[in-house]
Design a protein around this ligand. Structure first.
Ligand code: BES
Ligand code: ZN
Length: 459
């Protein structure tokens, strides 16, 4: 075993303790009362990058949360990788459903439970430790490395795009390395070569100027909750086909080769259903589960409100109702265009009897990466060497909007080397991350760095 791989094995307990320190920080980016916690996480990482021996560690203040950058150049003739990760996390809500406190990392059955353990503190920290292993053992880094760690991924990276545009030189690289996705299955490494994009909307429906007695006024006055339910019911048909005019116009149809590749992936609908506690699947007719969840667009209500929500019954005709709706996009759908189509459609079906406002939130472009790319091949080999199993290539349904911007602004591909699992419960209560995959993740990252120059030669 190489010195670096041995070092990782010998120090894994320390690495876990360091990760746990990061997991204790409540860096919820969407919660303004947690702003100082988000900064604390940025400072922790900046301090850590400095400690392991990286150069030019900078904590950049932005209009929102900080961006941390660092680098180590060894030789201009070697490939340069830019490691991206996010240290912000989703809110822990609903907190009462956590079995152990969300910000007190707790180890159970080889997994660490904490908000952000998988998404994305645990996963992105693997690369920090891989680089540390080279620097601490005084083994020459086989590549030049740069880091860019942000605190706003979960809110759509509003300050990262302008930052990348302004710092193109500083961030120039051959490829971006990201671990913020999932493996295909337990012990089944996989490289994600596609992500869906996102258009996120909010719909507000207003009726009477105040809440009314539902007996006195019900039947004579439009109820905003009813009107909203009606609008939502027209967004998709019974088969899950989206009804928004023009929605599918730019969708790239799957070729028979693509479908053939998909069908070879080891997926089982029965296990999928039992893992999720459902007895039937639902989605667009004519597509498989994996296709529906990654190669086809989708539309979902993410939140809905209006009227009386507390215990018991209160007879009321509410004045307002609202919903948050996300649409996951595939090539070549454009989030702006889709947001406009959504707004026009909702306005066109909104009853005259209520006022309907549509708000556009953040979005992101979908991305598909060329499978022939040498970086992907090196990543697959690194996985195989560490996991002792051939890596699969698959597309995923989640979004990391900045991936498309890295391509557009810096002109580079991203390698999505996920160490998570779908059972990690991302964004849900009791999020967790396998400590074995944390360990193997560090080793895979270190191995990838070692293999990359060779693969570039061959490719
Ligand atoms: N890590 C996820 C994205 C992800 C999860 C990709 C699983 C593939 C598989 C990321 O942190 C995330 O949650 N992204 C948001 C983006 C949004 C807030 C702009 C998402 O997909 O909802
Ligand atoms: Zn996330």
């Amino acid at each position: 075993m190489s010195t670096v791989q041995q070092y990782i094995d010998d120090n894994i307990d320390t690495f876990k303790d360091e990760l746990f320190q990061l997991l204790r920080i409540e860096s919820v980016s969407t919660d303004s009362s947690k702003k100082s916690e988000v900064k604390k996480a940025a400072k922790f990482l900046a301090g850590h990058l400095e400690e392991i021996g990286l150069d030019d560690v900078i904590l950049h203040e932005t209009d929102g949360h900080p961006i941390v950058t660092a680098q180590k150049s060894v030789d201009p003739d070697l490939p340069t990788i830019l490691i991206y990760g996010h240290y912000d996390v989703q809110p822990p809500d609903p907190e009462e459903l956590w079995e152990t406190p969300p910000f007190e990392p707790t180890v159970k059955d080889g997994r660490v439970y904490a908000r952000g353990s998988s998404d994305d503190k645990g996963q992105s920290f693997t690369h920090v430790k891989a680089v540390a292993a080279y620097l601490q053992t005084e083994t020459d880094l086989p590549v030049n490395v740069k880091f860019i760690l942000e605190g706003e991924e979960e809110i759509g990276s509003p300050n990262l795009i302008p930052f990348i545009k302004e710092h193109k030189e500083m961030l120039s690289c051959d490829m971006v390395l990201i671990s913020d996705t999932a493996m295909f299955a337990e012990d089944q490494p996989s490289i994600t070569y596609g992500l869906r994009g996102l258009a996120y909307m909010e719909v507000h429906v207003t009726g009477p100027s105040k809440d009314l007695h539902s007996g006195v006024f019900g039947g004579a006055v439009e109820n905003p909750v009813n009107a909203l339910a009606n609008i939502i019911s027209k967004l998709k048909d019974e088969d899950g086909t989206i009804q928004i005019d023009g929605f599918y116009d730019d969708v790239e149809e799957m070729t028979s080769e693509m479908r053939e590749e998909y069908s070879k992936l080891p997926h089982n609908d029965a296990t999928y259903m039992s893992d999720l506690g459902i007895t039937e699947l639902h989605g667009e007719k004519g597509y498989s589960t994996l296709e529906r969840a990654s190669a086809r667009p989708s539309l979902d209500v993410n939140g809905i409100w209006g009227g009386y929500q507390k215990e018991g019954a209160k007879t009321v005709l509410p004045s307002k109702a609202g919903a948050k709706i996300s649409m996951r996009l595939v090539p070549d759908q454009d989030p702006r265009t889709i947001s406009k189509l959504f707004t026009n459609y909702v306005k066109s079906i909104a009853p005259e009897s209520v006022d309907v406002e549509v708000i556009e939130h953040h979005g992101g472009h979908p991305i598909v990466i060329d499978l022939e790319y040498y970086g992907l091949q090196a990543a697959a080999q690194a996985f195989e060497d560490v996991y002792e199993k051939e890596a699969l290539f698959s597309r995923e349904g989640g979004s990391i909007p900045i991936v498309a911007d890295f391509k557009k602004i810096l002109g580079v591909n991203s390698i999505l080397m996920g160490f998570g699992l779908t059972k990690d419960a991302l964004h849900s209560p009791n999020e967790s991350f396998s400590l074995k995959d944390f360990h193997r993740g560090i080793k895979t990252s270190a191995r990838f760095m070692q293999l990359l120059p060779e693969f570039r030669e061959e490719g």
